[in-house]
Write a protein that binds this ligand. Structure first.
Ligand code: UD1
Ligand code: CA
Length: 451
């Protein structure tokens, strides 16, 4: 069965108090829209239609950055959820299959739940996702008759009796696409909110003799985000689930509550993550690697047996091969560190290639930026970079070469060479003692003056 996702994302999100469209606020490093797309994409849909309105250009860019195939249709006036879905009709004119409506601000619907809806669809024309709400508040209520969903009534239009119902509408609906658009054509706006309610299609479907049912999921999946407080709660709930998954998958964490993950963090079995580690987007950590406390990693790859931190920073493009050590206060960006490289203290390695087993001394800096252009530093295998070496890129240091501590390396160093780029030392016998005596005498004179 081919599926078209229709993701509603036109709303302004007034309560976010933001210039950014609501669906672009991030949870675990990705816009909530991307989370919604991600859960729908697990069904391998043939088409993805995002209905955008407020900040449509930004919404389109984010949707297509995540999936270039996503199509964006514009709802210029937000006249209600049925009106929003209707905007996808033209785009899906020649589409044959099921439409699944998701909300861009309801990011956590699970794959299992969507599968359960697909199963129910085999027996019913329209399937709605509902949940038992602890506090049903202003949600739409599902009016059931046994297995059959008879209609959905919005809170504003509900009677006292209907408001007692605790089975609520999540907003997720699936039906054959042609049937869905036919039903929507019949929806009016004669209600308390003068809106075109998508929820009205249930009553219309039943009146036409079509069957409808509800599938239920846990309330945590249908968590909608309307405010910054909701956003923070969503972030917390994502983190709790992501940490639990890692623990189940065999990752060691002594203090999981202090580890922060991104929507796409991948960590292998038997890896160890010490307390207070933050993963930005795009980090993959192989089995058996160890990330020590207070490190920050994004856009990087750490291979088996490598140790990172404590207090290390891996930025986008940091590639660590096996058994690499990156220690405290070392920053790595857009650099390949081959097997067995050690950079243990206080260094910046940016735009560089470092060969196998090379040792980078404390305080080494790749001077990669000339104020306009970025340049690369290339270091061979088994080299030894002395402490506090400045490598002024573009520059190459050969295999087995050494640089003296404190050197400023501006010219290429051939294989096996020793490069010294520093002022020669001058030592003057006895001058230290004389200088001290002179200074102490000056101090004594000054102190006498003040007493
Ligand atoms: C909707 C449902 C309600 C359900 C609740 C769950 C309707 C009429 N009501 O109510 O039964 O319990 O969601 O959260 O469907 N949107 C558009 N264009 C519009 C209107 C809305 O794109 O013209 C988008 C919004 O950006 C949002 C989603 O659709 O992502 C839901 O709209 P919202 O106004 O929040 O609906 P609720 O009143 O919460
Ligand atoms: Ca809402």
């Amino acid at each position: 069965m081919s599926i078209a996702l229709i993701i509603l994302a036109a709303g302004k999100g007034t309560r976010m108090e933001s210039d950014l469209p609501k669906v672009l606020h991030k949870i675990a490093g990705a816009p909530m829209l991307v989370h919604a797309m991600q859960s729908g994409i697990a069904l391998t849909p043939e088409r993805i239609i995002v209905v955008a309105g407020h900040g449509a250009d930004l919404v389109q860019a984010a949707a297509q950055e995540y999936d270039a195939e996503a199509e964006v249709v514009i709802q210029s006036e937000q006249l209600g959820t049925a009106h929003a879905v209707a905007q996808a009709k033209a785009a899906l004119e020649d589409f044959d299959g099921d439409a699944l409506v998701l909300y861009g601000d309801t990011p956590f619907i699970s794959h299992d739940t969507l599968e359960a809806m697909a199963v129910a669809r085999a027996h019913h024309d329209v399937v709605v996702l509902g949940f038992e709400a602890v506090d049903p508040a202003r949600y739409g209520r599902l009016v059931m008759q046994g297995e059959t969903l008879e209609r959905i009534v919005e809170f504003k239009d509900a009677s006292e009796e209907e408001r007692m119902i605790t089975l609520c509408n999540s907003g997720v609906i699936s039906a054959d696409a042609k049937t869905l658009f036919d039903l929507i054509d019949a929806v009016g706006n004669d209600n308390a909110g003068e809106e075109y309610y998508l929820t009205d299609i249930i009553g219309i479907a039943r009146a036409r003799g079509l069957s409808a049912t509800a599938v239920t999921c846990d309330e945590s999946e249908t968590l909608g985000i309307n405010s910054r407080a909701d956003l923070a709660r969503a972030e917390a709930s994502f983190q709790i689930r992501a940490r639990a998954t890692l623990l189940e998958d065999g990752v060691t964490m002594q203090a999981p509550d202090t580890v922060f993950l991104s929507y796409d963090t991948v960590i292998g079995r038997d890896a160890e993550i010490e307390p207070n580690v933050i993963f930005g987007p795009g980090a993959t950590i192989e089995s058996g690697a160890r990330i020590r406390a207070f490190s920050h990693l994004e856009g990087c790859h750490v291979s088996r047996g490598s140790v990172v931190g404590p207090f290390a920073r891996l930025r986008p493009g940091a590639e660590l091969a096996e058994d690499v050590h990156v220690g405290n206060f070392v920053e790595v960006k857009n650099a390949m560190l081959a097997e067995g490289v050690k950079a243990n203290h206080l260094s910046y390695i940016g735009d560089a290639d470092i060969g196998e087993r090379t040792n980078i001394g404390a305080g080494t800096i790749t001077c990669n930026y000339d104020g306009v252009f970025k340049h690369r530093t290339t270091i061979g295998a088994d080299a030894f970079i002395g402490s506090n070496t400045m490598l002024v890129a573009p520059v190459t240091v050969g295999n087995g070469a050494l640089t003296g501590s404190g050197s400023v390396i501006t010219k290429n160093v051939p294989d096996g060479a020793l490069a010294l780029g520093r002022a020669p030392q001058v030592t003057k016998e006895g001058h230290g003692r004389k200088l001290f005596e002179m200074l102490k005498a000056r101090k004594a004179k000054l102190t006498k003056g003040t007493n």
